[in-house]
Design a protein around this ligand. Structure first.
Ligand SMILES: Nc1ncnc2c1ncn2[C@@H]1O[C@H](COP(=O)(O)OP(=O)(O)OP(=O)(O)O)[C@@H](O)[C@H]1O
Ligand SMILES: [Mg+2]
Length: 317
């Protein structure tokens, strides 16, 4: 008897299809700082798969360990326990395939906006011609709206301008993975919205994988495929994963009237409020977690109509 293989079924059967290797993986990651009585345990047992091509957002409270989390992925910090993998290989240090936008900008003070961006571009694209590199730098200066300030040094820039320079520098390196540590926190609402759209455009165009830290739930929903909460520290662990199954591009005006959007923002926000309340209750008396009333999104840019559904799962993969 001849056995024929039904390739169509083989390819679509979830039990037979091998899932693709995640772009980045964190397995049982723990990280603390200091020693003895000044020791602080920041992150505990972090398990996460950052899937190829996805936009994942981590939301959490100030001081919970978000920057530490990003630095571990970037290879700027080493875990005390567990492993961080990039395409299946242990991360042992920083690499050009993982671009980090720092929360505190980290620009070189003696270089101009143009100089800061060019330094990175010259290093990563050393095989390009001088003209190609120059055009590339100019494109990203223009993209972040700093053409008029390209000759200025960091001390001559506002916080938002420094943040945009830092963002342009990382985006211009075209890393496979974008690690964005609250990259838009110093920007006004209009610029913030423009930059969200720019990040999304580049992420889609370059087919990058993106992990962004934010404390803004609305921003997380507008940009992400998935949102994961980082519980308050010390010993912060990841909370539930929320899937943002929402068509792109997303229309901010429409989202305000979308029941699923409202449900998702309430679910994420109420989770964060409840988990913080629980953390406080461990040191103070019991109190009920307040339900919060959120304002509408402020529509700044419009795009095509969209629909949205969401769901929750405890699996971070
Ligand atoms: N290099 C370090 N040495 C000692 N402690 C550190 C170090 N870096 C961070 N910490 C501590 O680890 C904890 C988490 O810091 P981290 O910067 O990761 O938090 P965060 O969530 O990014 O905060 P924020 O929202 O304010 O940016 C804090 O208590 C901080 O003081
Ligand atoms: Mg931080």
């Amino acid at each position: 008897m001849q056995v024929t293989l039904d390739t169509r079924q083989t390819l679509t059967d979830p039990f037979l299809t091998v899932p693709p290797t995640p772009t980045m993986t964190m397995r049982g990651v723990c990280k603390g700082y200091g020693s003895g009585s000044s020791r602080i345990e920041v992150l505990t047992n972090i398990n996460l798969n950052l899937r190829a091509g996805e936009f994942l957002t981590v939301v959490g409270f100030s001081g919970s360990g978000k920057t530490t989390f990003t630095k571990l992925l970037a290879g700027l910090e080493k875990p005390d326990a567990g492993t961080v993998l990039f395409e299946g290989q242990t991360v042992t240090g920083p690499g050009p395939e993982r671009g980090l936008v720092f929360q505190n900008y980290s620009l070189l003070p003696w270089l101009t906006v143009r100089g800061n961006i060019a330094l990175s571009v010259d290093r990563v694209f050393s095989n390009w011609t001088k003209g190609e590199r120059r055009d590339h730098v100019e494109r990203f200066i223009e993209m972040v709206g700093l053409k008029h300030a390209a000759h200025r040094r960091p001390h001559e820039l506002s916080g938002g301008m420094r943040q945009r320079t830092s963002l342009a520098r990382t985006l211009a390196m075209k890393p496979k993975v974008l690690l964005l540590d609250e990259p838009l926190s110093a920007l006004d609402a209009l610029t913030r919205s423009v930059m969200q759209d720019e990040i999304l455009r580049i992420w889609e165009e370059e087919k990058q994988t993106c992990l962004m830290i934010t404390n803004d739930v609305d921003e997380a929903i507008v940009v992400s495929d998935r949102i994961v909460a980082l519980n308050p520290g010390p010993n912060a662990s990841l909370g539930p994963m929320f899937t943002v199954d929402l068509k792109r591009p997303r229309d901010r005006t429409e989202l305000n009237h979308d029941e699923f959007f409202k449900g998702l923002r309430n679910a994420v926000t109420n989770y964060l409020v409840a988990v913080r309340q629980k953390a406080r209750e461990q040191v103070t008396s019991h109190a009920a977690a307040p339900r919060v009333q959120l304002p509408d999104l402020v529509p700044i840019l419009s795009s095509r109509p969209s629909a949205m559904i969401y769901n929750r799962s405890a699996v971070h993969g």
